[in-house]
Design a protein around this ligand. Sequence first.
Ligand SMILES: NC(=O)c1ccc[n+]([C@@H]2O[C@H](COP(=O)([O-])OP(=O)(O)OC[C@H]3O[C@@H](n4cnc5c(N)ncnc54)[C@H](OP(=O)(O)O)[C@@H]3O)[C@@H](O)[C@H]2O)c1
Length: 348
Amino acid sequence: MKKVVIHSAGGFDKLKLEEHPCKDKSSLGSDDVLVDVKYSGVNYADICVRWGIYESAKKFVGWPITPGFEFSGIIKSVGDNVEHLKVGDEVFGVNLFDSYANEVCAPKHQVFHKPKNLSFAQAACFPAVFLTAYHGLFQNFIFRKKSNVLIHSAAGGVGTALVQLAKWHDCEVTGVIGSSHKREHLEKLNTDHIIDKSNEELWKRAEEICPSGYDVVLDANGVKTLKGSFDHLCPTGKLVVYGFHTMLPKGRARGTLNFISLVLNYLKTPSFNPIDLTAANKSVMAFNLSFLFERKEILSEAMQVLIDLVDKGVISGHPVSEFAASDVALAHKHIESGLSVGKIALRW
Ligand SMILES: NC(=O)c1ccc[n+]([C@@H]2O[C@H](COP(=O)([O-])OP(=O)(O)OC[C@H]3O[C@@H](n4cnc5c(N)ncnc54)[C@H](OP(=O)(O)O)[C@@H]3O)[C@@H](O)[C@H]2O)c1
């Protein structure tokens, strides 16, 4: 089998495509499913894994590591306890790392039949971002219908999923983008208001759109916008924090990390005082799904709802930019540029 292996932290040159022995039926656990992979989804978190700053990768794996949280393909073999999936089924799934490979082994509760409405490329790109969006909106607080919602990086992987789920929930959605070419994508998703930071002043425009403040702001930017996001909540508003990408470099030629700027940005990241939060009637919540893999009930509730929404045509797969697995460095470069729209997939 082929897989992408990273032996130590660094730039694009650390992504090595290697040959390793295949698994056979005798080495499968009784609840395991072995998949012949067609596509692996690429997420921004994979870049953080490569840089050696992704906490759960350090905690659960260390070096060497094969990144990747998601895949799609055809079942090759199943363990003795697997009943609802069989050899030859078209599936997609989610895994805690190890998905940048042409063969993936995952426990049965993390593998699902591929909906007809998703291509293999879209299916491989579906679970991580939609699970993040679903968890952020529906599993942390009471998300009221018709809420005013502001979504940063709205044309990206998680952003696109958030916009679709918030629209499904009858919300008035403001999507923020960093470059003008992303506008068309958000228009197709029926985003109510679009703020293009490349030619508009973010918070001035946000105040014009929603003068009384937002019910929910979803922020994976971190240092650059967290304070503004909090300040623009209405009373009872929720700031949902799920990433920190503005503290990290964008578009560096060799994909290396800048540790000095990382530390400075860390020090500049605002903290929120519970006494002030109480007086303001605002909440800040945060999560990282990669630490929640043991919480099977969270995963299965979310996947059941999401697959049903796809089957009914309420939500759809992302536009996908495909890269051959041997071009994994280019795929990382693309997402690191900050210019990507929708999702990125590796083709095996
Ligand atoms: N907590 C969790 O469980 C969880 C799960 C999945 C993802 N995440 C986080 O969610 C965020 C989005 O992930 P994604 O995979 O869907 O990525 P993505 O949105 O497809 O791409 C990242 C986007 O962030 C913006 N950006 C701002 N500063 C950037 C920088 N320095 N480098 C690159 N992009 C930058 C760019 O959009 P604009 O310029 O348009 O803003 C870019 O397109 C990431 O921070 C990721 O770590 C968290």
